[in-house]
Design a protein around this ligand. Structure first.
Ligand SMILES: *Cc1c(COP(=O)(O)O)cnc(C)c1O
Length: 400
């Protein structure tokens, strides 16, 4: 018999009752170190006092009104995000996929507004993940997510990851934009070759294309800069953001330059919930913490420490761990044993970490994680490495 909740997830049989910082506590009192953070969402950990206060304070006043009215909290959040980024304007959504939907619509509409309606094709990358709506599964191009949901939304071409020649070769007179994650998350925590974003920026400028970044997973401090593209000193035309931006409250945003947003005039887009007062109160509270000078310094300090320890794991346990990937606290371990086996055993040790494609285990702690907590996590991984070595359970590749 079908479960009351649509069975699209193979759910781990743990019931959590509450969270405290980087820790989750089950109904029967077991504590787990949370290096999943709701898939890079809980940037300030669980039950952060500043977020709780903001949510409670707003909950007593006003939850929802509709975008037919002014929402001062949203105006404030947008102004603050504009001041902190390349953006001149933004649209608030409830999720990452919706932020991408807005980005895709905006890119198409930009060329339409310029009288180039045929420039509605977008170049995206193999291994990408952009969400699970019809447009975003087409943008991601993962056959497993497309199968059976045909007809596929047209308008996307996919080129190999990090291949600038392939991008150049794929550009046609109908190309309007290039869409990518600065660091691929679900695709296996893959970082582009150094200088790749710069090359894409130059290409877009030369050909009159829009550079659209998906920073849903890698943004909001995750890589050690407010947004990952800042590492390469470039700015996009359009950027989709979600996950960390709400710290656990469902929200997202599509940020853009004034130029890129030129087609998005009165009545061209909308959302009932997007940017409602409750979400905006939490979003502002997340920014209060993230925009403090010491915040990103902390992310980089913990990341440097964690990464060094993970590199040592690779050196000490090459039969188990092949490679460290990623940037900041968006880290991945490419494994020589099946990632599912590693993750299950780590759960037994009290560490929660999610998988990605390519037999990679992701380490996505809350960005407030301490050096001590990072050490606890690595110690647990090392314990499992030793056990797997002792068991001789060295299987190449394997299940995800
Ligand atoms: C999670 C994710 C999305 C989709 O976000 P949802 O909130 O699940 O719709 C899009 N792009 C990237 C890079 C993501 O990691």
């Amino acid at each position: 018999m079908i479960t009351a909740v649509l069975p699209t997830y193979a759910r781990i049989d743990l019931e959590f009752e509450r969270g405290e910082g980087c820790w989750l506590v089950t109904t029967d009192g077991r504590r787990f170190l949370d290096f999943t953070a709701g898939i890079a969402v809980n940037v300030l950990g669980h039950a952060h006092p500043h977020l709780v206060k903001a949510l409670e304070g707003q909950a007593e006043k006003l939850w929802h009104i509709s975008n037919i009215f002014r929402i001062p909290g949203g105006e404030r959040l947008a102004e603050r995000l504009c001041a902190a980024t390349f953006a001149d304007t933004m649209f608030f959504t409830n999720s990452g996929a919706e932020a991408l939907e807005c980005a895709i619509k905006m890119a198409r509409k930009y060329h339409f507004a310029n009288g180039d309606a045929e420039k509605n094709q977008i170049i995206a990358f193999k291994g990408a993940f952009h969400g699970r709506t019809l447009a975003t599964i087409a943008a991601g191009g993962n056959p497993a997510y497309l199968e059976g949901f045909e007809p596929n939304m047209p308008g996307f071409t996919h080129v190999p990851f990090g291949d600038i020649e392939a991008v150049c070769a794929a550009i046609t007179p109908r190309t309007g934009a290039i869409l990518l994650e600065p660091v691929q998350g679900e695709g296996g925590v893959r970082v582009h070759p150094e200088g790749f974003l710069k090359q894409l920026r130059a290409l877009c400028d030369e050909k009159g294309l829009l550079l659209v970044l998906d920073e849903v997973q890698c943004g909001v401090g995750r890589t050690g800069r407010l947004f990952a593209h800042e590492w390469e000193g470039i700015t996009p035309d359009i950027m989709a953001v979600a996950k960390g931006i709400g710290g656990g409250f469902p929200m997202g945003a599509c940020l853009a330059t004034e130029k890129a947003a030129k087609g998005m005039t009165l009545g061209t887009h909308g959302s009932t919930y997007g940017g409602n007062p409750l979400a905006m109160a939490v979003g502002n509270a997340v920014l209060d913490v993230i925009l403090k000078d010491e915040f990103l310094a902390h992310v980089n300090a913990v990341s440097t420490h964690l990464r060094a320890r993970l590199e040592k794991l690779v050196a000490d346990h090459p039969a188990i761990v092949a490679e460290v990937r990623g940037k900041g606290l968006l880290l991945g371990l490419k494994l020589n044993v099946p990632v599912g086996e590693m993750i299950t055993q780590l759960r037994g040790e009290g560490l929660l970490a999610p998988a990605a494609s390519d037999n990679v285990m992701r380490l996505l702690p809350p960005l407030v994680v301490s050096i001590e907590e990072a050490d606890i996590a690595v110690d647990k991984i090392e314990t499992v490495c030793r056990r797997l070595e002792a068991a001789g359970a060295v299987v190449q590749g394997g299940a995800e």
